[in-house]
Design a protein around this ligand. Structure first.
Ligand SMILES: C=C(OP(=O)(O)O)C(=O)O
Ligand SMILES: [Mg+2]
Length: 401
């Protein structure tokens, strides 16, 4: 029933105004799925390869589409993803592009769900999923590679850990975003927004901590539940290998000092989440930091693990981190993303399903998070391509798909 009859690929716009790959998958019995690849700006060195969309589409049409059409069932995700790997023949999707691969992989999953008449999260996760929801981490202030002339730390993330429902959590993050705007206004700081919709003020990181701390406390009092906050430091972007130091404008920190700095921030602000506090090769320093603060906060590897089971296994051996960021386009298929989540959970690492800075209206990651019972999802706080995922979580919880 779910035998694939057509795979159609096209270029569409992403939220930065760049082209990205969209895939449609059609099945014999009329099933239909559509998905689009997101795209990073602060990409990890070890991510699967994103090719220019036209090239990725041409290569996928030549090598992957003939293997899929007529020969593979969309309901069998492992077979779809194995066909994509076989068509590519490399271990990083360097031939057809991880952007083509992930768009097809996600579109096939949606087509499989469509034939079954089941929501995507249920097709992926089974009949017993849909009862618990991830806490959304909402980017409210940011800079780094996502905005010029703003904070050095890439993302300050509201974390409504005490929210009684996913809808309450989503509205709380939007309220923190609005409160931050008021606090910036009071300080006469004018600013625009970064790629993910977070405010991108030209202030130093210390001031951003003050503002986000105050905004989360104010909104927590208003909403009546606990709202913490966390960070994506995007340490690989700050790390200068020649100087062997983390560069914050005029200030630099050695690896030891960086560990000390982050551990201090965790305690000063009760941070619930710290992503990529160190460079993408710094397994030992990650392990040292995890040893120091891993009992009271999540130390999450994004560029460190790149959703890759081999890199995660190295991290598990080293004791580096206690959490993994999961971005399907970093590894190229949903099967690979599931494998990373399952390996993580088996070893006590919390998976955090994530958007990219360049996004579309695609909602697959909302379903992936529910399907895998991930405790967190990182998908922004405001902005259409971000609220597409947040509103889908609300619909899933409301049984309104
Ligand atoms: C979402 C992120 O940004 P990008 O997509 O630019 O890697 C991130 O670093 O976690
Ligand atoms: Mg990151």
């Amino acid at each position: 029933m779910t035998r694939i009859t057509d795979v159609r690929l096209r270029r569409v716009l992403d939220s930065r105004g760049n082209a990205t790959v969209e895939a449609d998958v059609l099945t014999e019995s009329g099933g239909f799925g559509r998905a689009a690849a997101p795209s990073g700006a602060s990409t990890g060195e070890y991510e699967a390869i994103e090719l220019p969309p036209s090239e990725a589409i041409a290569k996928a049409r030549e090598l992957a589409v003939p293997r899929l059409e007529g020969g593979v069932y969309a309901g069998n995700q492992r077979d779809v993803d194995a066909a994509l790997h076989a068509a590519d023949g490399t271990d990083d999707f360097g031939v057809i592009g991880a952007n083509s691969a992930v768009a097809i992989s996600m579109a096939a999953a949606k087509a499989g769900a469509d034939v079954l008449g089941a929501p995507l999260f249920q097709h992926l996760g089974g009949a017993f999923r849909g009862g618990s929801f991830p806490t959304p981490l909402g980017n409210v202030v940011g800079g780094g590679e996502h905005a010029a002339d703003a904070t050095h730390i890439q993302e300050f993330l509201a974390a409504p850990v005490g929210a009684p429902s996913v809808a309450d959590a989503v509205f709380a993050n939007a309220a923190v975003h609005a409160e931050v705007a008021d606090l910036l206004d009071e300080r006469d700081v004018a600013c625009g927004k970064g790629d993910e919709g977070a405010w991108a003020p030209s202030i130093d990181d210390a001031e951003a901590f003050e503002i986000v701390d105050e905004a989360t406390s104010t909104v927590a009092d208003e909403f009546g539940f606990e709202i913490g906050f966390g960070l994506d430091v995007a340490g690989a972007e700050l790390y200068d290998a020649d100087e062997d130091a983390y560069v914050y404008g005029d200030e630099t920190r050695s690896t030891e000092e960086q560990v000390e700095y982050i551990a201090g921030l965790v305690d000063e602000y009760d941070l619930v989440y710290v992503e990529d506090p160190l460079d993408e090769d710094a397994y030992d320093a990650f392990a040292e930091l995890t040893d120091r603060v891993g009992d009271r906060t999540l130390v999450c590897g994004d560029d460190l693990f790149v959703t890759n089971t081999e890199r995660l296994a190295e991290g598990i051996d080293a004791g580096a981190g206690n959490s993994i960021l999961v971005k399907p386009n970093q590894i190229g298929t949903l099967s690979d993303a599931f494998d990373a989540i399952e390996l993580a959970v088996r070893h006590g690492y919390d998976p955090v399903v994530s958007h990219r800075s360049g996004e579309t209206e695609d909602t697959t990651i909302a379903h992936l998070a529910v399907a895998t019972d991930a405790p967190f999802i990182k998908t922004g706080a405001v902005g259409g391509e971000r609220t597409a995922k947040l509103n889908e979580l609300i619909r899933i919880a409301d049984d309104a798909l």
